[in-house]
Design a protein around this ligand. Structure first.
Ligand code: GUN
Ligand code: ZN
Length: 455
């Protein structure tokens, strides 16, 4: 039996996924979550269930009681760029002009560690304010941008994964890797320095095929083979102009995705953002190797990139999860992302010469795709994104009365699905009353102070 120290109880409503593989949520209106520190120093869930049946098993448990609030798993953001925090809302005629006019010039600033530090601190605090406790995150091409991020994430005891961006061509001075071998050595050094330290992980991060030489992509693929438990992250099949460019640059590849496959960058623990214009062969190939898609609907709508095909992805068995993709994405809020995912899935899509009508994603499914499902896509199922015993104790406190309209609308719902839908459509950062990381409440929302009532 695993033993835990510093047992702590949390009494409130509870929302979680009893079968982590399935988007069936369970809700308990008066629940008890018990957390404790494992021998490795990580705080995990020890027990979860109805207060009435569970609390007698834990006499004298120090318990925080939050009547009227609901504990839910911390959200997992499967693709986000911390250096683009200040790029949000920069309009452009699509992806490539947006990169050229706003994003690349802005990312040059991250050669200055002081600047990177200020943005990292703001970014991580903003994630937590929005209830996001795990993210797969791009840094910039500057190795220092990884160091400051890792140090700040470590200080906050967060589970975060990031990597130095590899981009040795078609990029401006100050952002371009001028020495390909050096960029690969920097990647290896950063892996050795940070991967597996506390709750931190490293991701090999070629920006996208157009900004890496063949030598850099293949070098990254060799590192991916050498370090199989390190993540790989990039972008694929996001925008039609981008795809034409990739076909010109890599005429030998069968598809855009195939460029990465040939370089050894398609495997378990590789997460590709967007995946809008994949074909059936691509989707099946990703499913076969265990790679995942990071679905970024607010970004795809803002940049006019296109619509992720949920139906075709489900049919191919492609794993995916939701992502903000800030700063192409327009919000840090998982509620905004889930709402946008619903809107995107509702669209009819052109398929095999005809139109296939849109689908209605269930609210439990949307929620799962941003918690337990995103964790599974990240190969961290059972560790984050859920509240089953053994999961790391990162969770949020939802306040369904956070705004007058939320209070009014949620009071009229009759089923769990209706309640979750109201939260998704009307929610934003105000809905997150507290975020708890490793058993520590890290921010106090509009609800105010904590009450520590002994049970
Ligand atoms: N493709 C290459 N770089 C980027 C980026 O920073 N954001 C998005 N959305 N797509 C990209
Ligand atoms: Zn991105």
């Amino acid at each position: 039996m695993t033993t835990h120290s510093h047992l702590q109880g949390w009494r409130a409503g509870l929302l979680w996924f009893p079968d982590p593989q399935s988007p069936q949520a369970r809700h308990e209106s008066d629940g008890l979550l018990v957390t404790g520190q494992s021998a490795d120093g990580i705080v995990r869930v020890v027990a979860i269930g109805p207060w009435a049946t569970l609390h007698s098993n834990y006499p004298n448990l120090p318990t925080t009681h939050w009547p009227g609030l609901c504990i839910a798993p911390g959200f997992v953001d499967l693709h986000v760029h911390y250096p683009q925090t200040d790029v949000i809302g920069s309009p452009a005629d699509g992806l490539l002009p947006w990169l050229e006019h706003y994003t690349f010039p802005h990312e040059k600033h991250f050669s200055d560690p002081g600047y990177a530090h200020e943005v990292t601190s703001f970014f991580l605090d903003e994630l937590m304010r929005n209830g996001v406790t795990t993210a797969l995150c791009f840094a910039t091409a500057h190795p220092e941008s990884v160091d400051v991020f890792m140090m700040e994430a470590q200080k906050r005891r967060l589970r975060m994964v990031t990597g130095k961006v590899l981009q040795d061509r078609h990029s401006p001075d100050g952002l371009r890797d001028t020495d390909t071998d050096l960029s690969l050595r920097q990647t290896e050094d950063l892996i050795r320095r940070w991967h597996g330290v506390d709750r931190l992980g490293y991701a090999i991060t070629p920006r996208f095929a157009p900004t890496s030489s063949d030598a850099q992509l293949h070098g990254a693929g060799e590192i991916a083979q050498q370090f199989p438990d390190v993540w790989v992250q990039s972008h694929v099949a996001e925008n039609l102009d981008e795809i034409r460019w990739v076909h010109d640059l890599f005429p030998e590849a069968r598809s855009y995705l195939d460029v990465y496959d040939r370089a050894g960058l398609l495997r378990q623990r590789s997460v590709y953002a967007h995946c809008i214009y994949l074909d059936e062969t691509d989707r099946r190939r990703m499913a076969e190797v265990g790679a995942s898609a990071a679905v970024s609907p607010t970004s795809n709508l803002f940049l006019g990139s296109g619509f992720f095909d949920f139906v075709a992805s489900d049919a191919a068995g492609l794993r995916y999860g939701l992502a903000s993709d800030v700063g192409g994405g327009t919000s840090f809020s998982p509620f905004h992302t889930m709402h946008a995912a619903y809107t995107v899935a509702r669209q009819s899509v052109e398929s095999q010469g005809g139109y296939r009508p849109g689908m209605s994603l269930a609210p439990e499914h949307l929620w799962w795709q941003h918690t337990a499902g995103a964790a599974a896509a990240l190969d961290l199922g059972g560790q984050v994104g859920n509240l089953l015993p053994g999961c790391e104790a990162d969770f949020v406190l939802l306040d369904p009365k956070a705004t007058p309209l939320l209070a009014r609308r949620t009071a009229q719902t009759e089923t769990l699905a209706e309640w979750l839908f109201a939260l998704i459509v009307l929610g934003d950062d105000r809905l997150i009353a507290h975020t708890v990381v490793q058993g520590q409440p890290v921010n106090i929302g509009p609800v105010g102070g904590l009450s520590d009532n002994r049970a």
